[in-house]
Design a protein around this ligand. Sequence first.
Ligand SMILES: Nc1ncnc2c1ncn2[C@@H]1O[C@H](COP(=O)(O)OP(=O)(O)OP(=O)(O)O)[C@@H](O)[C@H]1O
Ligand SMILES: [Mg+2]
Length: 282
Amino acid sequence: MTQPTESTADAAGRTAAVTVSAVDKTFDTRSGRVDALTAIDLTVSAGEFVSLIGPSGCGKSTLLRLIADLDQPTAGSVSVFGKSAKQARLDQDYGIAFQQAGLLPWRTVAANVGLPLELHGVSGGDRTARITELLEMVGLTDFADRYPDQLSGGMQQRVAIARSLAEKPDLLLMDEPFGALDEMTRERMQTELLRICAETGAAVVFVTHSIPEAVYLSDRVVVMSPRPGRIQQIVPMVLNRDPAHAEALREERAFFDGVTAVREALHAGSPVPTGARGVENR
Ligand SMILES: Nc1ncnc2c1ncn2[C@@H]1O[C@H](COP(=O)(O)OP(=O)(O)OP(=O)(O)O)[C@@H](O)[C@H]1O
Ligand SMILES: [Mg+2]
């Protein structure tokens, strides 16, 4: 690993998974300029789980797209493991699971999941074994030979999640990956994601509208506010993340305290008694 420069190091001086420095993003549209993000500074350490939460339109997806080099900042810089966002994309340093599943319709479920392995030259037998393991993990073993349009939205999302995990990446960029899942499956996938992160040491940048989901998963929750999108507050979580403890966590005092802390951060400056628009309390 290359020696981190000061700007791409985390607080402990190690190379950060993601460094976002003084980033602005504006879109020029026919109806005028949209300031999507302003003055964003964020460092995600290696192995850290960071969620982005905030009302619809506050720039969460835009920020994730800048990290993934699917779009470029108007000002400021983004680096991933000490490289430019572009270089990290070319090197395929991360797995992506976005709001829309983004599957290739002409490939079967198994072939979609195996795509990153294929691109990196993982050979037949190893690839098949890994695909089997991933499909089992997301509960789609019986659907390996189906095509995406034969699956429900939630099943498609699970295929995309399996694909993002195929290469055990050191960084996962996930934009509402569990949005289309039923509550039971969603909880199972959350627990599974925590287990995978503990196992692989992956860092995650995770966009969600669900406060409990953010609290359950994250080391830190980044609360954003709209117009222009900015970081309002970063709320650290102090939960016991031992995977063996994962289910009990949902019933614990520390979990509910975390939910309250994030709710209050979301409502800071706007004393709304109920959930902020576009943010679920479930
Ligand atoms: N390609 C684009 N062209 C013009 N405006 C855009 C573009 N992409 C995003 N925006 C605008 O930038 C702002 C932030 O959008 P973004 O999709 O990042 O929000 P979000 O926080 O992900 O919202 P949601 O929770 O609804 O997914 C919005 O005002 C949106 O209209
Ligand atoms: Mg979005």
